[in-house]
Design a protein around this ligand. Structure first.
Ligand code: PEP
Ligand code: MN
Length: 346
């Protein structure tokens, strides 16, 4: 349920509404809109609540939210959420590109990749230090050593970095290095992990679970939002279907569907969705045409020697070609490519 306050209502009137909500044992979440202040009511709603809230001074209307997710819904937050990292904004009218290797392997691998993707126009460097792996025998990442390399390369290139955090106990450590925390597909419903990243002040990119519905995905985002972290970015990375030709199936329709029901920005990951490097560019273009706010793309100096996900990694050349094909699609959808960040984070 949301309480829409009258334009020009006073602070006291807002406080009264918040106090009343809390007296009922519920949680209030205040969102300052352009024209109205909207107060979300979270918790077990009882039938008379709507009538009672409507009686309070300064209240324009009280609207039940039909969706099981509240804070993630567009009903609660009509305008788009824009997440800011240094001088880069995600969810506005610019397309943001995150690129880099699947896994951080060596300083040279990471630095040469960062410089190459930056030169082609990428804005954010990706690279896994803690790697989820279907097989325990595959490369599982360099751990903290990988985080240190990410921080070093950020220092040298000025690119903000995104990297995955896999367990609640590592959140503080990873947040100490990363500009954006990534929650991997396999952890989308690790609710304790979602709570923990929700308590940080770092943007969080939440990947869609392998077999998660859009509703389950948005309820997972709700966990992070409910902890007070409103800098949530979604990432469609393909879902499990009967098709085995591709690694997963890119659900392009999820992009406009999310835009309709939620205010959160959405990034597309055509690398994990397809599993094949030659499918990455066409699927990336389709995702941007469908309205995605940006891309996450795997790039490696030598895909055939990559320790992880080489088959879906682009060479520097192919990444450059993808970037040049992106511009007309961005323009056709009324947007432009974000210009690479120039400032390093502190
Ligand atoms: C990744 O981006 O490195 C990754 C492991 O992706 P996903 O969680 O989507 O499989
Ligand atoms: Mn990967």
């Amino acid at each position: 349920m949301i309480v829409v306050m009258k334009g020009g209502c006073t602070k006291e009137e807002i406080n009264t509404v918040v106090c009343r909500i809390e007296e009922y044992g519920l949680k209030a979440h205040v969102s300052q809109g352009v024209e109205h202040t909207i107060i979300g009511i979270l918790g077990q709603i009882f039938p008379e609540l709507q009538d009672r809230m409507e009686l309070l001074p300064g209240v324009e209307e009280v609207i039940p939210i039909s969706k099981p997710y509240k804070l993630a819904s567009r009903e609660f937050h009509p305008q788009n959420t824009v997440v800011t990292i240094n001088d880069i904004t995600i969810g506005g009218d610019e397309i943001v590109v995150m690129a880099g290797p699947c896994a951080v392997e060596t300083e040279e691998q990471l630095l040469t990749t960062a410089l190459a993707v930056k030169a082609s126009g990428a804005n954010i460097l990706r690279g896994g230090a803690f790697k989820p792996s279907t097989s325990p025998y595959h490369f599982r990442g360099l751990g903290e050593e990988g985080l240190k390399l990410l921080a070093k390369v950020r220092e040298e290139t000025g690119m903000p970095v995104i990297t995955e955090v896999m367990t609640p106990k590592d959140v503080e450590l990873v947040a100490g290095y990363a500009d954006i925390l990534q929650i991997g597909a396999r952890n989308m419903q690790n609710f304790i992990l979602l709570d923990e990243v929700g308590k940080t002040n770092k943007p969080v990119m939440l990947k869609r679970g392998l077999s998660a519905t859009i509703q389950e995905w948005l309820l997972a985002a709700e966990y992070i939002l409910a902890q007070g972290n409103d800098q949530v970015i979604l990432c469609e990375r393909g879902i499990r279907t009967f098709e085995t030709h591709t690694r997963y199936t890119m659900d392009v329709s999820a992009i406009p569907a999310i835009k309709k029901v939620s205010h959160l920005p959405i990034i597309a990951d055509p690398s994990h969705a397809t599993g094949k490097w030659y499918l990455v560019t066409p699927v990336a273009l389709a995702a941007i045409a469908a309205g995605a706010d940006g891309l996450m793309v795997e790039v490696h100096p030598n895909p055939d020697l990559a320790l992880k996900d080489g088959a879906q990694s682009l060479t520097f050349d192919n990444f450059g070609k993808l970037m040049s094909q992106l511009t007309p699609i961005a323009q056709a959808t009324g947007r432009k490519l974000a210009v690479s960040g120039i400032k390093a984070s502190p």
